[in-house]
Design a binder for this molecule. Structure first.
Ligand SMILES: Cc1cc2nc3c(=O)[nH]c(=O)nc-3n(C[C@H](O)[C@H](O)[C@H](O)COP(=O)(O)OP(=O)(O)OC[C@H]3O[C@@H](n4cnc5c(N)ncnc54)[C@H](O)[C@@H]3O)c2cc1C
Length: 404
């Protein structure tokens, strides 16, 4: 999917709603607002999809990090229904706007290679099964048939999930938003935000935007635009290596899969037959496959026939982790909405939040949002996050290797 034209903001303009960040959150919100006839502009420091939205694993996963019973206790039943249905919103949008992004509703597999995590998956599956017919536990033999490896003791399939090409989807969302009447400006970092009279003033190197309302959709790339917001989350790098096309018996199901280990490894086989292998990485940008040799070696352990296969590409990006592992919605002023912290599950959730945020912007009550509006709080010892994340990755690798 070619990138739509998104020239920088040029001069001064006044609009109803300004959105900072052109990832899935910002673009999906802009699309929904523009479809309702709202005058909306998205300002993006780089290009649509430049952040996590264009670089992720393309796994369209239902649900939140915690199991449905706990989510219901913590956030309410609406959050369970919303997060479970989020992939349907994504695939529905793709259909409606005919976005060419290799979308396939081929299911999400959660895979266990320890007895401990297999028992946890059985509980998760039982909780979902009480709420929807799309989730089932998968035994060892079936798992081997779906994946082409005998590594797993079992798993859980959720047929609501699937996969897509993330950059294609981000560009398609941007194009759909522009078609619906939104303006999207790339290469337009917002350097300062202030209130001037009743309006917000967003300063950029090439112009100033005034707006009645703003949405901050900056997730793992959140800077100091809104004081203190950056400290409410921890940006964590995740990385992906992509292979050349591989034989048919490697991951024949084409489901998106993530492992229930201490360090999450996730992968899928895309439409071209390439394996996209993802996992936690060093806490900086990477761009060479040799930097992800441990992921490539792990792929060979799963499918020994991959020995000798080349891995031409590798990349990484930042996602946002919150202290309670839930996405956060904040309204630090009645004309401001913030939505971020998808904890690595944002493909479906961030996209599905778009129409919800748009409804709130045009006057819907906060109580109708599927996630509660909370005040943001700084994470204690935030400055130490980089070494803490690195230590967690090493600890997790050791536990996984020892089968603990
Ligand atoms: C490598 C990787 C793999 C992942 N895999 C998966 C997966 O398989 N499945 C899944 O569900 N989730 C996955 N995620 C998480 C998912 O990609 C994110 O949760 C989701 O894309 C968040 O979207 P967003 O729009 O909120 O943020 P982003 O897409 O990160 O967009 C934020 C944007 O804000 C812009 N910005 C920031 N500050 C400013 C400013 N001052 N002015 C202008 N623009 C600004 C940035 O340039 C950026 O483009 C992954 C993430 C990564 C990094």
């Amino acid at each position: 999917m070619p990138a739509p034209s998104t020239p920088p903001l040029d001069g001064d303009r006044t609009v109803s709603v300004a959105i900072v960040g052109a990832g899935f959150t910002g673009l999906s919100t802009a699309l929904s607002l523009a479809e309702q006839g709202v005058d909306v502009v998205v300002l993006e420091a780089h290009e649509p999809g430049w952040g996590a939205s264009g670089r992720n694993g393309g796994q369209v996963n239902p649900g939140l990090k915690h199991d449905p019973d706990q989510v219901e206790r913590d956030l309410g039943a609406a959050a369970v229904t919303f997060s479970g249905d989020a992939p349907n919103i994504v695939f529905g949008l793709i259909d409606r706007h005919r976005i060419a992004c290799e979308a396939l509703q081929s299911g999400t597999l959660r895979a266990a290679f320890h007895r401990r995590t297999l028992a946890g998956l059985a509980r998760t599956a039982a909780e979902w099964a009480r709420r929807c017919p799309d989730v089932e536990i998968v035994d060892r033999e079936t798992m081997a048939g779906l994946t082409g490896t005998d590594r797993y003791l079992g798993g859980m399939i959720d047929r609501r999930g699937g996969q897509l090409n993330p950059l294609g989807f981000a560009r398609g969302l941007a194009a759909a938003a522009i078609d619906a009447g939104a303006a999207v400006h790339g290469d337009t970092p917002v350097s300062r935000l202030s209130k001037d009279g009743g309006q917000w003033r967003l300063e950029t190197p090439t112009g100033t935007l005034r707006a009645e309302k703003i949405v901050l959709a900056t997730n793992g790339y959140t800077d100091d635009l809104w004081p203190g917001l950056r400290r409410s989350l921890v940006p964590v790098f995740s990385a992906i290596a992509a292979s050349e096309p591989v034989p048919d018996d490697v991951m024949p199901s084409r489901s998106s899969l993530y492992e229930m280990g201490d360090i999450t490894v996730y992968y899928r086989k895309n439409r071209d037959g390439r394996i996209l292998m993802g996992g936690r990485s060093v806490q900086r940008e990477i761009d060479r496959p040799e930097q992800l040799q441990y992921l490539i070696d792990y792929a060979i352990r799963l499918w020994p026939t991959l020995r000798g296969v080349t891995w031409p590409w590798a990349w990484s990006g930042q996602l946002a982790v919150t202290a309670d592992h839930y996405p956060h919605v904040h309204a630090p002023d009645e004309t401001v909405l913030v939505c971020l912290g998808y904890n690595g599950r944002g493909v479906a959730l961030s996209t599905a939040m778009g129409p919800e945020l748009a409804r709130r912007i045009v006057g819907g009550p906060s109580e109708e949002l599927p996630l509660p509006v909370t005040e943001f709080r700084g994470i204690p010892l935030h400055g130490l996050w980089k070494s803490a994340v690195q230590a967690r990755v090493v600890y997790g690798r050791i536990r996984d290797a020892l089968g603990l």
